[in-house]
Ligand binder design. Structure first.
Ligand code: DGL
Length: 275
């Protein structure tokens, strides 16, 4: 069983790739939509939510591995979660994990997300790339480290996708209003010559078509990079290394369970549309 979580609908863009790659695996998805958006929230708050969700996915639903399908939660919480659950330092922590997993594991692995600056910097022809992400991701240490490495080779323009998450949560991913919102964050990057746009938040692939359309209409066609397929490939490698089966039902489709901390109408609708 693979546990996947995000602040809301966004992580479904990762679930979609995981489902494609592992058709026979059981998946449990948690949308923390009562607390969405994570972007402007404190690191402490996101850590505490990530911990509670991990305990629930592992302890109650039997997840063997967790995909943090959220760049913001990865930036805020992955080191904390790994320290507590992947490399437990005390016997007490180890016993807690054994108890949580019904004796199946003495550690839990986490797959995180980060803006795909590396592939973008290889792909750009103009030498300028744009990174769209939340405040939490752009201000995190991980992103600062990545930026320091790649800004030696390419010019990197960042922008918070203002109101992108809120629009996606409402199911509003196209049309004049979505285009106007996208244009506000995208335009400065395009005007600086960006030809490759990194979608550094798992909600943003839902706006990919609108981003491409707006860029075309402004006379600066771009390529967008969604890291979800790479995350799904990495998940398989880690599961193989950990000896976690990638099929829960040989020859049969795996099940998907959707959970949320808030109202779930949009989540179920987006799931049906996407898959
Ligand atoms: N989907 C998330 C991310 O990848 C979080 C967006 C939010 O809740 O602000 O960053």
């Amino acid at each position: 069983m693979i546990g996947i979580f995000d602040s809301g609908i966004g992580g479904l863009s990762v679930l979609k790739e995981v489902r494609k790659t592992l058709p026979e695996a059981d998946l449990v998805y948690y949308a923390d939509n009562a607390n969405c958006p994570y972007g402007p929230k404190s690191r402490e708050f996101i850590r505490s939510r990530a911990e509670t969700i991990t305990e629930e996915l592992v302890g109650k639903y039997g997840a063997d591995i967790i995909v943090i399908a959220c760049n913001t939660a990865t930036a805020a919480a992955v080191s904390f979660l790994r320290k507590k659950y992947s490399e437990p330092e005390t016997e007490e922590q180890r016993l807690h994990i054994l108890e949580l997993t019904g004796g199946r594991h003495d550690h839990i692995r986490f797959i995180g997300m980060e803006p795909a600056v590396k592939p973008a910097s290889r792909q750009t022809c103009t030498g300028v790339i744009g990174v769209l992400a939340t405040a939490g991701t752009l201000h995190g240490q991980k992103y600062t480290d990545i930026r320091n490495i790649y800004s030696q080779d390419v010019r990197i323009m960042e922008h918070i996708g203002e109101n992108f998450v809120e629009m996606v949560e409402k199911g509003q991913t196209s049309g004049p209003e979505a285009e106007a919102v996208v244009s506000r964050s995208l335009r400065p990057m395009l005007e600086a010559g960006a030809d490759t746009i990194v979608l550094g938040c798992t909600h943003y692939p839902f706006l990919a078509e609108t981003i491409l359309k707006v860029a075309r209409e402004l006379g600066h066609p771009v390529t967008v990079i969604n890291p979800a397929p790479a995350v799904a490939r990495h998940l398989i490698d880690v599961m193989a290394a950990e000896g976690i089966p990638t099929s829960d039902h040989p020859q049969k489709a795996g099940k998907t369970l959707l959970l949320s901390s808030g109202e779930d109408t949009q989540l179920r609708k987006a799931y049906r549309t996407l898959l």
